[in-house]
Ligand binder design. Structure first.
Ligand SMILES: [Zn+2]
Length: 329
């Protein structure tokens, strides 16, 4: 694997290659873009290119540095992510980084630290990192990865060279899925619902029962006005089970109502779930624009509640009752 394996990020790759060529690698980068777009992959491939002993502007895959990167045991490369039981990068993690980063590199001329979800850092951690970004050791590079830079300290952003990753074209995502052996119809659906994120499409494709579960949810929504309380309890149980395996239930629910909104506004071309077009059209006729917006809000709110550990089964039941509510108009 090398820079070639990155889908649709040629511009970012060109900038980074230029910097390696001119020996002007920054001390701090901020790679931004939605989840699944390839931020970590870009940072990883860039690090490999910097470390590689054989190739100047990419990685060979076989030298000692490339092999250590592939085995995730390169001593000059470190990945920092939110710990499993936490919801932010902690001050302790940044303190450790600061301690380690001061030592010279072992295998190459550089040391590279990647901080994932850099927008989710405690205030103390962010302030502590700021000091390192102001005065890093000459051999060190810190790459921050963030989906939402709006949540970051402006003083951190201004010390980084920003590289914005682009949403990947639908057709490129579709080819990727077809290359992985997915059937054409499924590849079409996932390339549309990926919203430009190849990682999101791949994750769905790799799930064992993605399409079966999608069908359960969308069959329910197609016919929601005829569902009774028992049906709502059943679908709630199903979603609770799916959420345990991190199934993108809320993305599917939101996509459904966004599609209805698109049809309502005569933007048929923007509909993602084209295989449910007739059902979506039927639902559209039953809803006003205001009620669609309200339903989308309820979906977002429920997702947030569940993230904050508000009782998931109750929150989901309430949500489905709201989604079923007939229009007042
Ligand atoms: Zn190499």
């Amino acid at each position: 694997m090398s820079f070639v394996s990155l889908l649709g990020q040629q511009e970012a790759v060109k900038i980074l290659k230029d910097e390696i060529r001119k020996d002007r690698i920054s001390h701090a980068y901020l790679f931004s873009g939605q989840n699944g777009i390839g931020k970590f992959k870009l940072a990883f491939e860039f690090s490999k290119a910097v470390f590689c002993k054989e190739l100047e502007l990419d990685s060979c895959g076989s030298c000692i540095n490339c092999r250590k990167m592939a085995h995730q045991n390169h001593p000059d490369f470190k990945r920092i992510a939110i710990l499993e039981d936490k919801n932010a990068i902690s001050i302790d993690q940044i303190r450790e980084l600061k301690k380690e980063i001061a030592y010279k590199p072992y295998e190459s001329d550089h040391k590279i630290y990647i901080i994932e979800n850099a927008e989710e850092m405690t205030k103390e951690a962010a302030n502590s990192l700021l000091k390192t970004l102001e005065d890093p050791p000459f051999f060190a590079t810190i790459i921050l990865l963030a989906e939402d830079t709006g949540k970051m300290l402006p003083t951190i952003i201004s010390r980084c060279q920003q590289i914005k990753l682009k949403n990947v074209e639908k057709e490129k995502i579709k080819s990727l899925l077809l290359d992985k052996g997915l059937e054409a119809e499924k590849a079409e659906i996932l390339s549309l619902t990926a919203d430009g994120s190849p990682g999101r499409a791949l994750k769905a494709a790799e799930r064992e029962s993605y399409f079966e579960n999608r069908k359960i949810i969308y069959d329910f929504l197609s016919d929601i006005d005829s569902k009774n309380t028992i049906d709502i309890f059943k679908i709630t149980d199903k979603l609770l089970e799916l959420l345990k395996s991190d199934f993108p239930c809320f993305d599917l629910l939101s996509d459904w109502y966004r599609d209805i909104m698109m049809i309502k506004q005569d933007c048929l071309g923007a509909v993602k779930n084209k295989d449910y077009l007739e059902h979506l059209k039927h639902n559209k006729a039953l809803m006003s624009l205001d009620s669609i917006i309200e339903k989308l809000d309820s979906i977002d709110r429920t997702e947030r509640y569940i993230k904050e550990n508000v009782r998931a089964n109750l929150s989901l039941e309430v949500l489905f009752f709201k989604l079923r509510q007939p229009d007042q108009e």
